[in-house]
Design a protein around this ligand. Structure first.
Ligand code: ZN
Length: 264
């Protein structure tokens, strides 16, 4: 990778991106051999950093695209995405990979359009995200390296609450809590107790009077035992989005984001 006898390409990564570099090379600067056929996007990605997480690329201080072919001796600066980030479609819609089921339920709870299934393979995930104009959310960098993927994002955090914070802070989707089925993403509509009575356990029937039902799968919802915990998630989500939206009103919110293009 490093041939000191020949001028290579020096890469300087923003601190936020060093997380993606192999542990032994998490330095401020990486030197790569020069390959005249390689684009800067390819060189960056070969270090392990997904282009979906990259904001701007600068070659010797000049802003360039991912398809730029750096000359030997070039120093390239790689910045991170600017938050909040505008997806190429509005409002933001998401497809989550198979390992993010708990995050999917949280996004649906706060009313964000979220497709998820626990049995989709990688090819299907990429094709579905593109076809349905969704941002593919994953913690699998190999998925984000797929050339065919139109819009993807790495999800930071191990706990679903942290992951939710990361996604809301990055994309600032409009929230509509309690409006989607956490099981299937379908819209919830108010239901009369008499219409769902036959679906309820006796204890639920005695205790609750307010119900909604998923238009698509028929699942019935009521503010039951978990309501306090779910309401806390909703309240936190509102605060995260309000704070991020305030940022978006500043100049940073209008900076174009680093979505991958077909040339990279
Ligand atoms: Zn449903």
């Amino acid at each position: 990778m490093d041939r000191p006898d020949r001028p290579g390409v020096r890469l300087r990564f923003a601190p936020e991106l060093r997380f993606f570099l192999p542990a032994r090379t998490r330095a401020a600067e990486i030197r790569m051999d020069h390959d005249p056929t390689a684009t800067l996007g390819h060189v960056v990605q070969s270090t392990g950093v997904p282009l979906t997480e990259v904001g701007r690329l600068l070659a010797d201080g000049r802003c360039v695209g991912a398809d730029h072919r750096p000359a030997p001796g070039t120093t390239a600066d790689v910045t991170t995405i600017t938050r909040p980030q505008r997806p190429p479609f509005s409002p933001p819609r998401f497809l989550l990979d198979v390992h993010l089921g708990a995050l999917a339920r949280r996004l649906r709870l706060v009313g964000v359009d979220t497709a998820y299934s626990n049995d989709l393979d990688d090819d299907t995930l990429v094709a579905m995200a593109n076809r349905q104009h969704r941002v593919l959310l994953t913690q699998d960098r190999r998925l984000l390296h797929r050339r065919a993927l139109a819009a993807g994002a790495f999800v930071h955090g191990q706990h679903p609450d942290d992951q939710l914070h990361d996604v809301l802070d990055r994309f600032v989707p409009p929230l509509a809590p309690w409006s989607r089925c956490s099981a299937c993403n379908g819209p919830l509509i108010p239901a009369f107790k008499a219409d769902v009575d036959h679906l309820l356990e006796p204890g639920t029937r005695r205790t609750y009077d307010t119900f909604s039902r998923c238009r698509d799968c028929g699942r019935v919802y009521w503010p039951g035992a978990h309501h306090t915990r779910l309401a806390a998630i909703v309240e936190t989500a509102r605060r995260v989005v309000a704070a991020a939206a305030e940022q978006a009103d500043g100049p940073a919110g209008r900076v174009p984001s680093g979505w991958r293009t077909s040339e990279t």
